[in-house]
Design a protein around this ligand. Structure first.
Ligand code: ZN
Length: 444
């Protein structure tokens, strides 16, 4: 909306037709109904993610992309006489809920191309892959994602293409490049020194880290991702090793926060997790080695854990075929089971655990397969659904926009057959997806 006004104002400046501009603006202000696009959605049931309950016969009205009313009973008759352009979507017998949120994806990565095989493709190939992955993601019911690391600002390009309506995809909260240290998880460690290959986003020392955060913001980042420890898929790192100091993390966080961005820290090892919490980050990604103190610290600081506990089986079954290094497979064998026990411990202790899948480690569009795993390791189905909706929205700082079917939020509504609060596995079969009042998928 603001962008549209800006463009119009620019046109006016060029042509000098001020009177026409003011008249047009006045008309728009006084007769908004003439421009309103309204859709009324009815269904058999609705998961209320804010209260953790299921209600019957919901009627949801979405105007200009945002939810304007939520009630139950019979939908009002709609037609030309209402004055608005009213559409109607009836989903009899189906259960609606808010569009899902994945707090950790890499839309410009492909699970099928791993290790050294990535070097067979040119840089912009990954943006093209991102177009396909964005479609698969939104069609799976994920209407919002945090993209925690991509090269060449490809996630910003994808976001712009989706918002322009050029390609289908979720709402993207882009991190652009993950910020890391030399030789760390987010550096490029695959080639010998003569190639001088390194990540664009290496930063060490106060000034460099602060400048890097500001540069990310300048080019479209809305969240900052740091690599606080080693990781599974990087070459030459161990998952337990701490790679950034508390002071370095604090520098990133201070600038990110004053610029209105949250900070997500990739951290597997216990020391790195604690350093990240002390440094003030907002979410811990992976969180594999959690002791009781780390869980307590996270709870006290209001830090959420985003734990990718689905992808282990995929990596161990398909990784070798996909070119993943043996070193990475060994690390996954070491860390997968431990991470799931940490997940169980964190949930039991009442920590805030949100849905983050690390899609790109496994194929995009299969994200919801993590929900039953979250239930297997200690969440109730309702908790798992909230982790992927209302709780994720809160961790994003976007609880006015997404994560619930509630007045004021975007008309992001998905539908399944059956009751996901009893059997969460049905979320892997989302039949209907609406994003901002527009139907993205309708496979009833
Ligand atoms: Zn990741």
């Amino acid at each position: 909306m603001q962008r549209g006004c800006g463009v119009r104002a620019l046109d006016i400046l060029k042509t000098g037709r001020w009177t026409a501009y003011i008249a047009a603006a006045g008309l728009a202000l006084h007769a908004p109904a003439a421009y309103a696009d309204t859709v009324v959605v009815t269904a058999g049931h609705m998961v209320d993610t804010l209260n953790g309950t299921v209600t019957d016969n919901p009627v949801v009205t979405v105007t200009d992309g945002r939810i304007v009313s939520v009630s139950s009973g019979t939908a009002p008759e709609t037609g030309p006489e209402t004055g608005d352009d009213v559409r109607r979507v009836d989903l009899p017998g189906m259960t609606i809920m808010p569009g899902l949120i994945d707090m950790h994806v890499h839309l410009t990565g492909l699970a099928e191309i791993g290790g050294y095989r990535t070097f067979q493709y040119t840089d912009a190939f990954w943006t093209v892959a991102g177009v396909a992955n964005a479609r698969a993601t939104v069609e799976a019911g994920f209407t919002t994602v945090r993209n925690l690391g991509s090269s060449d600002y490809a996630d910003v390009a994808l976001k712009q293409g989706i918002e322009r309506g050029l390609v289908p995809g979720p709402r993207i909260v882009p991190a652009t490049y993950a910020i890391g240290v030399t030789g760390g998880h987010c550096d490029n460690n695959f080639l010998p020194p003569s190639y001088d290959a390194k990540s664009e986003a290496l930063a060490e020392g106060k000034a460099a880290l602060r400048a890097r955060v500001r540069e990310h913001r300048k080019y479209g980042a809305e969240v900052i991702k740091i690599c606080a420890t080693g990781g599974v898929f990087s070459k030459g790192t161990t998952v337990g090793e701490q790679q950034m100091t508390v002071d370095e993390i604090r520098d990133v966080v201070e600038i990110a926060h004053i610029l209105g961005m949250k900070v997500a820290a990739h951290a597997h090892g216990n020391d790195g997790i604690k350093a990240a919490i002390r440094g003030g980050v907002d979410t811990i990604e992976h969180a594999s080695y959690l002791d009781d103190e780390a869980i307590r610290m996270a709870k006290e600081a209001g830090v959420a854990f985003s734990m990718d506990i689905y992808n282990t089986e995929y990596t161990l079954a398909e990784g070798e075929k996909n070119g993943v290094l043996e070193e990475s497979l060994a690390k996954e064998r070491q860390v997968g089971g431990i991470q799931r026990e940490s997940f169980r411990k964190a949930v039991k202790a009442g920590a805030n655990v949100v849905f983050g899948s690390d899609a790109a480690i496994f194929p995009h569009g299969l994200n919801a397969r993590q929900l039953p795993v979250m239930v297997r390791f200690g969440m109730t189905p309702v908790q798992a659904l909230q982790a992927a909706t209302s709780e994720a929205a809160r961790a994003l700082g976007r609880e006015n926009d997404v994560g619930a079917i509630a007045v004021g939020r975007y008309g992001d509504i998905i539908a399944v057959q059956g009751n996901p609060t009893q059997d969460v596995s049905i979320m892997t079969n989302v039949r209907f997806v609406m994003k901002g009042g527009e139907v993205v998928k309708n496979a009833r």
